[in-house]
Write a protein that binds this ligand. Structure first.
Ligand code: IVH
Length: 666
């Protein structure tokens, strides 16, 4: 590749990657698979390494975060960051409208926008490129956090389109989507770490991190809402936001068209309740005079513009009786306290329960049974107990003390960091049930014929205790169970049979080893191609792998030390599940079977099932887990399921014996 070609390719890749980022993060409309995206990115990174003179600070490769900083530089804001006047009352809003009318000598048009509950940021663009990002600080000066901000995929590093001012500042709010926040907190809880308090603190804490690579993993997002420039290119706010959208920014999708006070009031009414349906937190509505000439005429007070105000929602709250506290044991043994409340209406739903998180939270609230408690629902779905009305506490009320023993199996709890655990995972029922549910989940063994109720039935009937017990189930065991007719039993058994083809890494994930999620399971499967090798791995060997930390390593080693778990592995192996990586499949021998798909069922004389699978794949064929219209051949051994055979015959799938299969390849 010549230098000129490299330069052209770098530009092309940059353009493509920016475009895909925009489609995915700004429009929520993915235009390419993750793998294909990663492949383009990797190509760009390689070229930039080979031709460093063409590595631009705005390259999409810079979004993963580079060198950690030792401290942030401080810089002055070009346009001071003022705050907004705010109000909780509609009367004050009418008063604001009157002041504006008086100031202008005519009625004004306003835009209503959501007031995002995150952390404010100032973004400077020069010639279409993001050059600097500064936090609010004291409004005059803030921290330069450009490297952190570059990791936020919905903030353009290079603007799209045209017509932007040569130099401008864009204001926005950095935040995290609620689902991403909840997922992060689940992971922290599972890892025995303290959960983050709320999405806003999380966002502002994240911008203060000195390691941009860590920020890059935090899934931050950003809405912009204010364009500041000396160039007079636009007449109004809504026009400038339309333009910002065309340059690739994420702007408020729910802003009103320019309207009057009445329009604003209905906007406020609507979002008061509808805000719980948004994927992120808002704490109110911002009202802005739309016309830029009007804005100039109104001007500023010492602290804030006279042309804007925020209307803040009161947190949705209620007061009710704390009847009792109960404790839930999760799959990993973590025990979560839950407040049982006298049912109360809050933001349109009846609330009966609220999470209390952990022992420290109960202490903080100084909770007593029979207390009148304040429950609040912000943007979030699960209500919180915010405090106690101590004056109403009944005399002699009993202080809530965290339980010392597992409510389900009675074993003593252990406190690891802030969380209490029941460590008796082998026989503690909710943990056993949780593991079974996890095993059948879509991302693990994908046994959609086994629902939650079926698991409870099988568990209570003593038929399934360990995940390996699923594979001992017989037709007659199942037929008697509730809601289990011939058809569902066959379905269930066929599903189990098909799951024997699920790859090793997913079986590993399905085992439910604490902290071994999908990604970690993949990593482990890659480094230890067979489960025996993983079982024998030491803490040191595990930690030596890049993505595996101390805690994960400790959990993996501990898991494979338990006799019961080793017995489960043996049983799964006996039943023919994939507990090693099919490395032979990577070798190509011929293309004799190219375009042909096979289902393998039963036991064979000369080959293990895995071998057959590898042979088919090495010769260009595909192995499917269940018979369907897409199957060309059913490779039939001894003792294969009668229903599979029937289905193959019905669909006209050709049935092959082991001999015939060998002849085919000869
Ligand atoms: S406009 C000069 N619009 O609320 C006025 N602010 O107390 C610029 N905020 O500091 C602000 N959503 O951090 C504006 N749609 C929105 C907003 C918004 C959230 C924040 C922002 C600002 C604070 C005002």
């Amino acid at each position: 590749m010549t230098e000129q070609q490299a330069f052209a390719r770098i530009q092309e890749l940059t353009h493509q990657l920016n475009e895909h980022n925009y489609q995915y993060y700004v429009l929520d409309r993915p235009s390419i698979s993750d793998q294909a995206f990663d492949a383009l990115l990797q190509e760009l990174e390689l070229l930039e390494k080979a031709w460093p003179q063409y590595l631009s600070p705005q390259s999409p490769s810079q979004r993963v975060g580079g060198q950690a900083l030792s401290k942030f530089e401080n810089a002055a804001h070009r346009f001071p960051m003022m705050s907004l006047g705010n109000t909780y009352s509609r009367d004050e809003l009418s008063a604001f409208d009157e002041r504006v009318q008086k100031g202008l000598g005519k009625p004004a048009r306003y835009v209503g926008e959501l007031k995002f509950d995150g952390v404010a940021i100032s973004l400077t663009y020069e010639n279409g490129q993001l050059v600097r990002a500064i936090t609010r600080g004291d409004g005059q000066k803030g921290d330069v956090v450009t490297e952190n901000i570059k990791t936020i995929r919905s903030i353009p590093l290079q603007l799209r389109g045209s017509g932007y001012p040569t130099f401008f500042e864009m204001r926005g709010e950095v935040f995290i989507q609620r689902k991403d926040f909840e997922k992060l907190n689940e992971q922290r809880l599972a890892a025995g770490e303290e959960p983050y308090a709320n999405p806003r603190n999380f966002a502002s804490g994240s911008l203060k991190l000195l390691n941009p690579a860590e920020v890059s993993r935090r899934k931050l997002d950003c809405f912009v809402y204010y364009l500041n420039t000396d160039e007079k290119l636009f007449h109004s706010h809504h026009q400038s936001m339309e333009a910002a959208k065309s340059w690739g920014f994420r702007v408020c999708a729910h802003a009103t068209e320019p309207t009057d006070l009445n329009g604003l009031m209905s906007f406020i009414d609507h979002w008061e309740l509808a805000r719980t349906q948004l994927g992120y937190d808002i704490d109110g509505i911002v009202i802005k005079v739309d016309d830029f000439n009007d804005r100039e005429e109104l001007g500023y007070t010492a602290k804030s513009p006279r042309w804007a105000i925020s209307y803040k929602y009161k947190p949705m709250s209620a007061i009710t009786l704390l009847e009792s506290v109960s404790y839930q044991v999760g799959r990993t043994g973590a025990v979560t306290p839950v407040a049982n409340l006298k049912p109360v209406l809050l933001a349109g739903t009846v609330v009966k329960r609220a999470s209390l998180y952990n022992e420290a939270e109960i202490e903080r609230l100084d909770l007593h049974l029979g207390d009148q408690v304040f429950v609040e629902k912000g943007g979030e779905i699960i209500p919180k107990v915010m405090g106690v009305d101590v004056a109403k506490r009944p005399i002699g009320a009993e202080k809530v003390a965290f339980i010392s023993h597992c409510p389900d199996c009675g074993s003593a709890l252990e406190k690891i960091e802030a969380i209490h655990y029941c460590l008796n995972d082998a026989i503690c029922p909710p943990q056993q049930l949780g593991r079974l549910e996890h095993f059948v989940a879509r991302k693990a063994m994908d046994l959609n014929s086994i629902g939650k109720e079926t698991i409870v039935q099988l568990f209570e009937a003593g038929l399934v205790r360990q995940v390996s017990d699923f594979y001992d189930l017989q037709y007659d065991d199942l037929l008697g169970l509730e809601r289990m007719g011939d058809k569902s039993v066959r379905n269930l058994l066929e599903g189990l049979e098909a799951s024997k083809q699920i790859p090793y890494e997913r079986v590993l994930f399905g085992l439910g080893i604490r902290l071994v999620g999908e990604t970690v399971a993949k990593t482990l499967a890659k480094h230890f191609p067979a489960v025996e090798m993983l079982a024998a791995a030491s803490q040191e060997e595990l930690v030596a792998i890049n993505e595996i930390g101390e805690k994960i390593a400790r959990n993996v080693v501990a898991w494979f030390r338990q006799e019961e778990n080793l017995a489960v592995i043996e049983a799964l192996k006996f039943h023919g599940l994939q507990l090693s990586r099919n490395t032979e499949a990577d070798v190509v021998v011929s293309d004799k079977l190219s375009g042909q798909s096979f289902v393998i069922s039963g036991v064979f004389e000369r080959h293990e099932r895995d071998e057959l699978k590898a042979i088919i794949e090495q010769n260009g064929g595909k192995v499917l887990s269940g018979v369907s219209g897409k199957t060309n051949f059913l490779l039939a051994g001894d003792g294969m399921g009668p229903s599979k055979l029937q289905k193959a015959q019905d669909l006209g799938v050709k049935i092959l014996t082991e001999n015939e299969f060998e002849e085919m390849l000869a």
